[in-house]
Design a protein around this ligand. Structure first.
Ligand code: PEP
Length: 273
């Protein structure tokens, strides 16, 4: 399948959830659901689907994903090849386990674990250099949005997070716009218009940094309480190239319904292209 993540890229971030048994059952349900015929997925549907289990289950889940069209990703890494870093996981280990991608700069790591822009930038550069593809998460808090600082914040997180990233690795990078106030929030997700506007800000800034051609090739996912009932409205918006899904990715039927919405948005986009 030709790689074009802008044709919709749906990622399940399982965070610190599931037991080993649950992880295997969930992965199996996703693979079976997405398999050709499973839900009407056609060979030429260019929708990319990935799941990111907790570190301890990567190998187990990786076995289940083998031969399927579901990719394996990691939720984090430590930016060193190896060494005395107790409890950490290196890019080499992730590649060894079959991970294709790593999520970096997730708001939970920024806000709950105190990761700085500089540290995230270090991780981004090391991951790309090691051969992993990167999803860099950016997004404002509610206070920042209320104070009209969204654009400045996105500008800062992109400028710092992508500093010194080599141009020839940009093709392996995507961005997830994840407003902090919308993550894991049953009452609030960004409206399709808010998502589209923020994605336009991100693409504009990316173009300033790396040129228009790279910006047009960049996949930008929306993340923040994406559910089956709002996925279609978000995914059909111009510039919303996929979804980073937390809570709903833990329920196979919900995750598959979001993938289905992405497939349908992707087909519509291709027809009108
Ligand atoms: C996330 O984990 O990145 C996320 C967006 O979570 P949720 O879908 O639960 O808001």
């Amino acid at each position: 399948m030709k790689r074009d993540l802008r044709q919709k890229f749906v990622v399940g971030n399982w965070k610190m959830h599931t037991t080993a048994t649950e992880a295997m059952q969930l992965a199996r349900a996703v693979v079976d659901g997405i398999g050709i015929d499973g839900m009407g997925v056609k060979e030429d549907d260019r929708v990319f689907v990935m799941i990111c289990p907790p570190f301890p289950y990567l190998a187990l889940v990786g076995e289940i994903l083998k031969g399927s069209r579901v990719l394996l990703g990691a939720q984090n890494l430590y930016p060193e090849k190896e060494g005395a870093f107790t409890g950490e996981v290196s890019p080499t280990m992730l590649l060894d386990l079959g991970c294709k991608f790593v999520i970096l700069g997730h708001s939970e790591r920024r806000h709950k674990l105190g990761e700085s822009d500089a540290f995230i930038n270090h991780k981004v550069r090391v991951a790309l250099a090691a051969g992993l593809d990167v999803i860099l998460c950016v997004g404002e808090t509610l206070e920042q949005r209320k104070a009209n600082q969204t654009e400045a914040l996105l500008d800062r997180q992109l400028t710092c997070g992508l500093a010194d990233v080599p141009a020839d690795t940009l093709i392996r990078l995507s961005i997830a716009y994840e407003p902090v106030w919308a993550i894991g929030n049953l009452e609030h997700h960004a409206t399709p218009q808010q998502a589209q506007d923020a994605h336009a800000v991100i693409r504009r800034r990316f173009a300033q940094m790396f040129g228009e051609k790279s910006a047009q090739a960049l996949a930008i996912q929306y993340g923040g309480s994406v559910k089956p009932d709002n996925a279609a409205a978000l995914l059909c918006r111009d510039g919303v190239d996929g979804a980073l899904v937390g809570g709903a990715s833990l329920i196979a039927d919900q995750f598959l319904a979001i993938v289905l919405a992405a497939i349908s948005a992707s087909r519509t986009k291709r027809k009108s292209a």
